[in-house]
Design a protein around this ligand. Structure first.
Ligand code: 13P
Length: 286
């Protein structure tokens, strides 16, 4: 059954671990992430970006694929199907109507008062239907689905406190130095600010841009109140590298089944998801 993120993230915050959000990119990706979570008895968040909505033929199609895949694979761990970086109230409501149990409204590019207003309206709509909401403040640098932010802007602690208090949002992505995509050098996260914000807001914090963050920094973020970590780029790169290797090793005659190519490309993805689950401490929780 699909669940909202509320209980799984509050449990993670209380018990000092984080739940991974693994973005999905196609049908087989759904199966790979679900199976990794099931094998390790870990809760899972399936992240759906704007690009994936188009690629996988719409919110309803994605919802139905996930629900039917869970049934087919006998998945009984908690799974949240989550809209990643929803850019408007309309897309958040459309995802909820399509059956998503969790959405992110990302108004971080808007003036604070507008971000607060829309987040509040999304929360009202979502909570009436038992759906969880993630909000964002500050700017996460890097690029995702072709949307580029060149600079990092740290979330302001007072704005974080006000946003959470006034909207009753379930978790908060407070940008503190992380980047979507690959880092140049080591990621420098604002740990002091993270501690301050966690104490002020008391809801689980979300760390975007999980690819390339050192394991010890992830552990430290978790100990400071981060209960959700988003990962995508490393899995996409792993799939592409595996498929490139597959074709390089072939003499040009044996690879004729696209199902096998897509499936075998996911072998390292499944392994990496399992490593992340282990690092985040979410295995054997259910
Ligand atoms: P990466 O692609 O950098 O791992 O970040 C994923 C993410 O934050 C999705 O919202």
């Amino acid at each position: 059954m699909l669940v909202s993120m509320k209980d799984m993230l509050n449990h993670a915050l209380r018990d000092g671990y984080a739940v991974g959000q693994f973005n999905i990119n196609n049908l087989e990706w759904v199966g790979a992430v679900l199976s990794a979570g099931q094998k390790m008895r870990s809760p899972i968040i399936l992240g759906v970006s704007g690009g994936t909505i188009k690629h996988m033929l719409g919110l309803k199609c994605i919802h139905d694929i996930v629900v039917n895949a869970m049934d087919y694979l006998d998945i009984d761990i908690p799974v949240a199907l989550h809209l990643d970086h929803g850019t408007s109230q309309e897309i958040c409501e459309a995802a909820i109507k399509a059956g998503f149990r969790s959405v992110m409204f990302d108004g971080s590019h808007l003036p604070f008062s507008e971000n607060l207003d829309i987040t509040r309206r999304v929360v009202e709509f979502a909570h009436r239907r038992g759906v969880s909401v993630e909000a964002e403040l500050g700017t996460i640098a890097g690029s995702e689905d072709g949307i580029v932010n060149s600079s990092v802007i740290y979330a302001d602690p007072q704005e974080c406190a006000t946003l959470v208090k006034e909207t009753d949002v379930d978790c908060l992505a407070a940008a503190l130095g992380s980047t979507h995509g690959l880092y140049k050098g080591r990621a420098k996260l604002g740990f002091a600010e993270m501690q301050t914000i966690a104490e002020l807001v008391k809801v689980p914090l979300v760390l975007h841009g999980g690819t390339g963050i050192a394991a010890e920094d992830m552990r430290r973020a978790i100990s400071y109140g981060t209960a959700k970590i988003n990962v995508n780029t490393e899995n996409m790169y792993a799939w592409c590298q595996a498929v490139k290797d597959m074709f390089m090793a072939d003499d040009g005659h044996d690879i004729n089944d696209p199902r096998k190519v897509i499936r075998d490309g996911l072998i390292p993805v499944r392994e990496m998801v399992a490593q992340r689950i282990h690092l985040f401490g979410s295995e054997q929780r259910y």
